[in-house]
Write a protein that binds this ligand. Sequence first.
Ligand code: GDP
Ligand code: MN
Length: 381
Amino acid sequence: MNIHEYQAKEIFRAHGVPIPPGEVARTPEQAEEIAARYGKAVMVKAQVHAGGRGKAGGVKFCKTPAEAREKAAAILGMQIKGLTVEQVLVTEAADIASEAYVGIIVDRATKKPVFMVSAAGGIDIEEVAATTPEKILYVPVDVRYGLRSYQAMQMGFFLHEDVKRARAAARIMGQLYEAFMASGASLAEINPLVLTPEGELIAVDGKMVIDDNELDRRPEIEALRDDSSEEPSEVEARLANLTFIKLEGNVGCVVNGAGLAMATMDLVKYYGGEPANFLDIGGSSNPEKVVNALRIITSDPSVKAILFNIFGGITRTDDVANGIVTATKQNPLKVPIVIRLTGTNEEIAVKILEDNGFAAMTDMDAAVQKAVQLATTGGAR
Ligand code: GDP
Ligand code: MN
């Protein structure tokens, strides 16, 4: 789950990270009022779940409250990477002597949280990693012991020669690590961590991604969710208890089990197609889940063919067949469908499907090939 900059900053601040004061505005007038209260230059910053807001014109420096109102009027309603800006953060502007990057991600290879720090901050860290990898220091953390002070100091000195500044940076690393661990995050990032001309370190940007599997035991983090900033089909799927991720292709996939879903997407690509989504209807699917899955998939205009791939174990294939029949009666399909199912109650499922005018296949390769071909050429059911 993504959260907004202002929310990530509140979490960071609660763990001691120095963050300039800021408040959220939903109208230009609110932005002006906040800026007037601070009585100094402010930044007006688009709050959307996207990086690169600065480059997109969503981060503006404002000298006066009137300017804050003008800039907020321009930024509110703006589209950044397909997302509409509905709120801005109005925050005291910092003077910048230099910008560093500090981030923590969960590294699958070492199975540890890994710090990435670089004095080349402010810009895309991906670009730094690609062109000047020696400018990034990677420090894995053993979660049994937490971030050790020598590691924090090593990172502090990587960013600043001056021992006082290195110590201040090291303290911030520790605070960021605490915020990361306490929130069930998969990513926590300060870019840039700014050095002011007075020699102070402050975080002027903050980003956090929360591991969805951590949300059940962290209602206070779940409460930070902003549906309006998420892909609508993914929101709908989450509410229907489906694991769904929208992709760019045209073969809509409905599969039971994450492993089979991955294998199905691999096979779609193997036969020259592109999956339109990852969708796992789960182990104990009832017809209702299938109805929801089909509604979500068919509402995507780029889907040119639908592929069901069901391996019946706990999942009863007759439940899935009933779901397909119910869903297509409610909303007749406009694109061809290929149904492969095998396993529990297969004979009953095939009969239900055939009685309702659907063909059923049992061979996975053949079904995937057919779906890819139909998505490419079109064709009636
Ligand atoms: P992003 O583009 O989405 O990463 O948004 P950031 O919050 O990182 O802002 C982008 C850039 O705007 C930063 O790298 C800074 O150069 C600049 N910026 C952000 N906050 C301030 C600030 O308080 N003062 C000044 N002078 N520049 C800032
Ligand atoms: Mn940034």
